[in-house]
Structure formats: C-alpha cells, structure tokens
Design a protein around this ligand. Sequence first.
Ligand SMILES: *Cc1c(COP(=O)(O)O)cnc(C)c1O
Length: 229
Amino acid sequence: MIKDNLNTIREGIREACDKSGRDVNDVTLIAVSKFKPLEDLMEAYEAGVRDFGENRVQELVDKYEKMPKDARFHMIGHLQKNKVKYLIGKAVLIHSVDNFELASVIQKESEKAGVITDILIEVNVAKEDTKFGCFTEDALSLVTKISKLPNVRIKGLMTIAPYVEDGEENRQHFVALRQLGIDIDSQNIDNVSMDIYSMGMTCDYKVAVTEGATMVRVGTAIFGERNII
Ligand SMILES: *Cc1c(COP(=O)(O)O)cnc(C)c1O
C-alpha cells in the first residue's frame, strides 16, 4: 500500500520533471510521517525512503532513535525555542525558521554541541494569517541577520501554501518563493545558499516541482489520512 503510493508519487515527480526539463535527481521526496507509527515509516524505508518529515520535536527524536541510522529526519513544523536543544544533531534540516530569536537559540545550542545546523527560512508567501513564516518583504533582512551566526547555515527557503483542491491555484506562490530565492541569491551573502526550495505537499507537489521545488513534503498521499491534524 505505502509502497504503491510511493511509486505513484515518484512517477508524478518524474512527469513534472519531464514537463519542466528538470533532472529528477534534483528533487528529494520527504515522506511526512507525523502521527504515523514506526511500522509505517519502516515500510516506506524498505521501499527506499530515507527522508522523513516530522512536525513535533518529541516525536522526531523518538523516531530518530528507533529508525535505522541512515534515515534522515527533517523538522518541518513550528519550533519552540525551548525545544531546540533536543533537535540539534538529530534533525538533518530545520525547515521552519522564521525569526531571529529562534535562529539565535539554534546558534547557541549548535555551538554548545560543536556542530553547524542547516536551516531553511520559512516564508508565508500567501500571507495567510493562520500560518507561521516571515513575510516575503522581510525575508532578505532576516536572512542577512541570521547569516552572521557562525553555527547556523541557511540553505534555502520553505513555504506552506494554502490547502487547495486544485494544485494549480498555488502555482503563483511557488513562483513567488523561487523568485525570492533568486533575489536573495543575487546578493551573494556570505554563509547563505539558495539551493533548497522546500515546497509542495499532497495537493500540489507536481505543480511545485514544475516551479523548481528541490524538496517536496508529502504525507497523506503516502501514508493515508491522519487521525489528528
Ligand atoms: C503535514 C505537513 C505536510 C504534509 O501534508 P500532506 O497534505 O499530508 O501531504 C507538509 N508540510 C508540512 C509543514 C506539514 O506540516
């Protein structure tokens, strides 16, 4: 079941790459496994998945400790400052950094652990008031400030687009995130790269890929509906 779902999604990513002249190897599928039991993660692992997305620190850490060592865990949910210390060295990438105070705590904890932590800046391109993320117009100054933190490395941008029936409706938001990344990249800020665009979920991952997503975060289409949101 999970295996068949994965094949369908991989096929969808491949089609979207073909359509837009992209290399399928430039797109990483992150299996969003939040609220799902370890057996489901293992089934995905057996089918070749190595990247998993979680939105709660405790759950990420638990699963990190129980899964095979080459499984990578991405923190994709809103992150509280007091929980950062548990994540350091365990989350391969924190997708949800949207303010300087949070980045400063990541700096402090990373320095303590003697590591550099890779992050993405979460941008609320659609300006939904229910969502976290900085606004597009504030992103450059935030990136510039965070770039001075030696143990934090900005690798790109992330957005959560609105939930839609037709993924096409979100194309404008993916275009906007990509354009923002190109603008930031053109500033050549030390310690900052714009290699990662984390965008696209079950409802719109194909559209996101055609607009340059390098990471798509897909949950429902792989693991089925979640009982809790
Ligand atoms: C839950 C979640 C996803 C996956 O959503 P689906 O619609 O189930 O594919 C992706 N990104 C984030 C940040 C999430 O919280």
